[in-house]
Design a protein around this ligand. Structure first.
Ligand code: M6R
Length: 638
């Protein structure tokens, strides 16, 4: 994971690099480091600290030296504990070459041993440090940056984006990309490089994504781009009109809370963005004519949505199988989406965990598509799965919140999530946005296949509007009780079981993930029907069982039996139920009761109040809610 920023040019680099690093903290925040060619001393100067970029920046602010070329790194530890020695930059033995790295170097141990045998001294436990020692020994042999780099990439395996600063070449940055994103930026006064364009989007006139397997040698006036054999490549510059939106907490105590409250707006925005063209006035003015006219407009719109997805109308009409791939919360949204595609579009759907998918045999199926869900569009597991599917010439569709992400660049088409920047590491509004988009997409496919009518499509949109209100209302209804006693009481338990069935099971998985991720309380989710096959042995009064109800009558009855099984063993039961489910509500030690909605949208209705409950529990425990330990917002290592 980790975030990299580099600058070289006519301006002082310290603030530019630190500013970029702050914007990349979502990629890791356990330690940070900055190195530059000190203009006064004409040597490399650096500072590394554990903790956030702000921590590092505070110390650097009293250090009045600066330079015109510098690189920064914000770390998410993979190899070696969190300490200053393992923070980047890393140096060669002479201390005159500095390197930052994002990714993982495979088989680094053998290279490290080779280098140690040659006399190199290592100061860290990281895989990254081998890169700088090896590069340094190659540079000693070849005396050429390009030759040394070409030899370096022949030897190393894994995923890497690397930036190197060499003391004797102060006017040059060396940049290498393989399986890990890097983007270049240029302005009149100099050049930037970073893991994500947001690091410098408002400071450059143009940016260019570095192609896979490429090397850039940047000096103050130009960039030379090469492939791994040394052949010249042309960067594809794009105008940068991506203003950086400095997202604030808007008075909320945490980003997570703000983002929980943004969900109604996000769902409404998604429905408005994706809704069919045409006005209801046409329908009511002259129903028949209105319908006919509107349908023509809709066909055009439908075509546009398939174009955006990179799918021909023929592909959509012939669809026999949908595959959904994601990680974490996005995977839970896919598990809910499966019910949408199977019951609304009547298309068989499989859901895969991205981190497992690449290691299973790939069966190419006719008339199938793969949809990848990722808030960030950078998750390495999901990206690798996308690359694998793409290599089989199967359509790859991405649903992401970040249109400039690597997944969008590499897929055949994408749908924007429209959730706005999600800053808190715990995904909240992205989860609601994903459920909403999958619901709309399932209805759109069903409309195209004539499985539903235009009127049913419209009422699906109305159902989403209604759910967005329920989601917000449920938070409002329970806010006082949660904040005044409930959260305190439930923060005292140190383990939880979450249960669901059918469409409410992914919701139970998501709730368990949310709780463990930010509160560090142990939480385990199970399909409620599995309870009797083992986990029931865990039931006692010290482990709350949180059960998510469903609105399908048969599923509800089955869940009711599971709730009775818990109570019969003196379990402590909390339920998320719906109005009228009195038997279940009666059994519970505490019940959150929500108005009835479209049964397929029941998880979405519960999403807000579940997140708020978890948030408040965590607040009582005094955890760093927006930046939980050991995590990062964007998981860019496999
Ligand atoms: O950016 P992505 O949606 O691909 O991220 C996937 C997971 O890493 C992410 O959802 C993670 O599980 C969240 N931190 C959960 O809140």
């Amino acid at each position: 994971m980790c975030g990299i920023v580099g600058y070289i040019g006519k301006s002082h680099c310290k603030d530019l690099v630190l500013g970029g690093m702050q914007r990349l903290e979502y990629r890791g925040y356990d330690s940070a480091g900055f190195v530059f060619v000190n203009e006064k001393a004409a040597c490399l100067s650096y500072l590394k600290r554990t903790g956030t970029v702000a921590n590092l920046a505070k110390e650097l602010s009293v250090f009045d030296e600066d330079g015109f070329s510098g690189i920064g790194h914000t770390r998410w530890a993979t190899h070696g504990v969190v300490n200053e020695a393992n923070a980047h930059p890393h140096f060669n033995c002479k201390g005159n070459i500095a390197l930052v790295h994002n990714g993982i170097i495979e088989e680094h141990e053998s290279l490290r041993n080779e280098l140690i045998a040659q006399g190199h001294k290592f100061l860290s436990k990281t895989d990254s440090e081998v890169l700088v020692h090896y590069f340094s020994s190659l540079f000693d042999i070849y005396k050429s940056v390009k030759k040394a780099t070409i030899e370096l990439v022949k030897k190393i395996k894994g995923a890497y984006s690397i930036v190197v600063l060499i003391e004797e070449l102060p006017d040059q940055l060396l940049v290498i990309r393989h399986n890990s994103p890097l983007v270049l930026g240029r302005q009149k006064k100099g050049f930037f490089v970073a893991s994500d364009v947001i690091a410098f989007s408002d400071k450059v006139d143009e940016f260019a994504f570095m192609p896979e397997d490429s090397i850039a040698v940047i000096n103050k006036n130009s960039i030379q781009l090469l492939d791994f054999s040394g052949k010249s490549l042309l960067p594809v510059w794009q105008e940068s009109n991506l203003a950086f939106v400095d997202v604030s907490k808007d008075g909320f105590e945490h980003f997570m809370l703000k983002e929980i409250y943004e969900q109604k707006k996000v769902i409404d925005k998604i429905v408005n963005f994706y809704r069919l063209v045409g006005t209801d006035s046409k329908l009511s003015a002259s129903d028949d004519l209105g319908n006919a006219l509107k349908y023509q407009l809709d066909i055009e719109y439908q075509d546009r949505i398939w174009q955006q997805l990179g799918l021909s109308l023929k592909t959509v009409k012939n669809l026999k199988k949908i595959n959904l791939i994601a990680a974490g919360t996005s995977w839970h949204a896919c598990k809910i989406g499966q019910f949408f595609f199977e019951s609304i579009s009547n298309i068989q759907t499989s859901v895969y965990l991205a981190s497992e998918f690449c290691y299973m045999p790939f069966f190419k199926e006719k008339d199938s598509i793969f949809i990848f869900l990722s808030q960030s569009g950078e998750t390495a597991d999901t990206l690798q799965a996308l690359r694998l599917v793409k290599s089989h010439n199967v359509p790859t569709v991405v649903i992401t919140n970040v249109p400039s992400s690597t997944m969008v660049q590499e897929s055949s088409g994408f749908l924007p999530m429209q959730a706005g920047p999600e800053i808190s590491v715990a995904s909240t509004k992205a989860f609601s946005a994903q459920q909403s988009i999958l619901f709309i997409l399932a209805n759109r496919i069903a409309l195209e296949l004539e499985k539903i009518t235009l009127q049913e499509m419209k009422s699906a949109e109305e159902d989403l509007f209604m759910v967005s209100q329920v989601l917000e209302m449920a938070i409002e209804n329970y806010k006082w009780e949660i904040s005044n006693g409930l959260a305190e009481k439930y923060s005292a338990y140190d383990k939880y079981i979450f249960l669901g069935r059918h469409i409410s099971y992914p919701m139970a998985m998501e709730a368990a993930l949310k709780l463990k991720e930010i509160s560090y309380i142990f939480a385990q989710s199970y399909p409620a029907g599995e309870l009797k096959h083992g986990p029931i042995a865990l039931i006692d009064e010290t482990t709350p069982v949180v059960l998510f109800s469903a609105l399908d009558e048969i599923i509800y009855k089955k869940l009711l039996s599971n709730a009775q099984e818990v109570k019969a063993r003196s379990g402590h039961l909390v339920v998320f139920a719906f109005e009228g489910q009195n038997e279940l509500i009666g059994l519970a030690d505490y019940a959150f009761v929500l108005p009835k909605v479209n049964p397929l949208l029941a998880p979405l209705a519960c999403t807000g109040v579940m997140q708020f409950f978890v948030y408040e529990i965590t607040k009582r425990l005094g955890r760093p809610i927006d930046k939980p330990r050991n995590l990062a917002k964007s998981v860019t290592v496999e």
